[in-house]
Write a protein that binds this ligand. Structure first.
Ligand code: NDP
Length: 419
């Protein structure tokens, strides 16, 4: 028996909500609240008669802490699932603290306005000290650790697939497969084809910022930063085939470097087709990926937001996308004095996802872990006062839930390694 408030009703949230409704013995009451209430109402109608979960909807601007506090105090949830955008992480955490409610999200904080001088000063200091220049990092949310501890509340950060499941795979490898992990390569392959020359699989603003940023990896206790897309490898993915993949900075590297400090190297690779890269480079060259507003005919326009309005809505890609995703981690290390390798991954079929919940595999592979993370919290398995990332909790019940709710693991004890 639980009451859950979900904030956001986009691609990922709509999957997470539908999956929560499949576990209606735990998610007994759910309030879907977002900026555009009509989307919440439409999803609520879609679920009518299909679940015992009692669903209500609300309108909220999650940039406004007071509105959030009002909503949380009136609904009185056991948990707030933040599945809006990373821009809202801190306001929602503040509201949860003010109301005494547990918190979770799927992506770490980044500011909407990266030109804000106050934020920029802290960011530039961090770039110098830490050695990577991504706009997002854990420092903002880790700064809430003491507050959550003192309030006796749990905050679970980044519980999607990557970050999220990839960290649970690391915790699982450490618990069951290795005495010591030496290297981790996280491989994110999307072998899906939507038939458009260019489209992003989730929120274009967040996606394009991530991909156009410098790459970086963790090696021997420090960050190594490289120009965007400077390291390319080819990999033969199970059930997908050969794909080009590129080294990116990714948020879970930052937390894994702290929670598994003996690891010598952690890298993250994502596959991209040539058409995607050519379009992205061109858009970047002409300034369309900028977040700095320009004045056009007396109207202020943020180029990347304008681009978002032109691109296909990620939610509309579902019926068109065919093929599979394959996301997982390859480890090298030692067990019982012997060197060994291990690969744990999930393969997910875009069309199967569409048949089940009406969206493609990218939203599915993020929404299902969000629901499973919430399930861990609501059933008391992942409750501990403070602010935590996924690898800090027991991976076993979480991976069992993922197996059950649509993202089963596959394993390979003799995988091809990435050089
Ligand atoms: P969408 O853009 O599809 O949805 C975002 C939702 O948040 C929309 O419903 C939007 O409302 C709502 N929202 C935005 N701003 C506000 C606000 N100020 N107040 C209230 N609601 C707001 O994004 P996705 O579903 O693709 O992504 C959701 C999250 O998942 C993001 O944080 C993303 O970074 C993360 N993610 C994580 C992954 C992982 O593996 N860990 C992978 C993919 C995504 P409106 O409908 O009005 O626009």
């Amino acid at each position: 028996m639980s009451r859950v408030l979900v904030i956001g009703c986009g691609g990922v949230a709509s999957v997470a909500i539908q999956k929560c409704c499949q576990a209606d013995e735990v998610f007994t009451e759910l309030c879907i609240a977002s900026r555009t209430k009509e989307k919440c109402d439409a999803l609520s109608r879609k679920l009518e008669g299909k679940t015992k979960t009692v669903i209500t909807t609300a309108k909220v601007d999650a940039d406004d802490v007071n509105q959030l506090i009002q909503l949380i105090n009136s609904y009185k949830p056991d948990l707030v699932m933040n599945i809006a955008l990373p821009y809202q992480d801190l306001t929602i955490m503040d509201a949860c603290l003010a109301c005494g409610v547990n918190y979770m999200d799927t992506a770490n904080y980044e500011p909407e306005d990266t030109d804000d001088p106050e934020w920029r000063a802290i960011y530039e200091k961090r770039c110098k000290e830490a050695g990577f220049s991504a706009y997002f990092d854990y420092s903002w949310q880790w700064a809430y650790r003491k507050k959550f501890e003192e309030a006796g509340l749990t905050a679970l950060l980044g519980c999607g697939f990557d970050p999220g499941v990839t960290q649970a795979y690391c915790a699982y490898a450490l618990k069951h497969e290795f005495d010591q992990i030496d290297t981790i390569d996280i491989l994110d392959c999307n072998g899906g084809d939507h038939g458009y020359a260019f489209a992003t699989n989730f929120n274009p603003e967040i996606n394009l910022r991530e991909v156009s940023a410098p790459g970086s990896y963790w090696e021997n206790g420090h960050w190594v930063e490289i120009p965007p897309m400077a390291i390319k490898r080819e990999y033969d993915f199970d059930q997908v085939g050969d794909k080009d993949m590129y080294l990116l900075h990714h948020e879970e590297i930052e937390s894994l470097a702290q929670t598994i400090p003996e690891v010598k190297r952690i890298r993250f690779f994502m596959t991209f087709g040539q058409s995607y890269l050519d379009h992205m480079r061109c858009l970047e060259d002409v300034g369309m990926l900028s977040t700095t507003p320009i004045n056009y005919n007396g109207q202020e326009i943020v180029p990347i937001q304008f681009l978002k309005a032109l691109l296909p809505d990620p939610a509309s890609l579902g019926p068109r996308t065919k093929g599979k995703t394959n996301i997982g981690c390859i480890f090298t290390g030692v067990k019982d004095g012997q060197e060994k390798t291990y690969y744990i991954y999930n393969v997910c079929d875009h069309q199967e996802c569409y048949k089940e919940v009406g969206s493609q595999a990218i939203s599915y592979t993020t929404g299902v872990p969000a629901m499973c993370g919430a399930l861990m919290m609501l059933t008391g398995k992942w409750i501990r006062p403070g602010v935590y990332t996924v690898e800090e909790f027991d991976p076993d019940p979480f991976l069992e839930a993922l197996d059950k709710y649509g993202l089963p693991r596959s394993e390979n004890h003799n995988p091809e390694l990435v050089d």
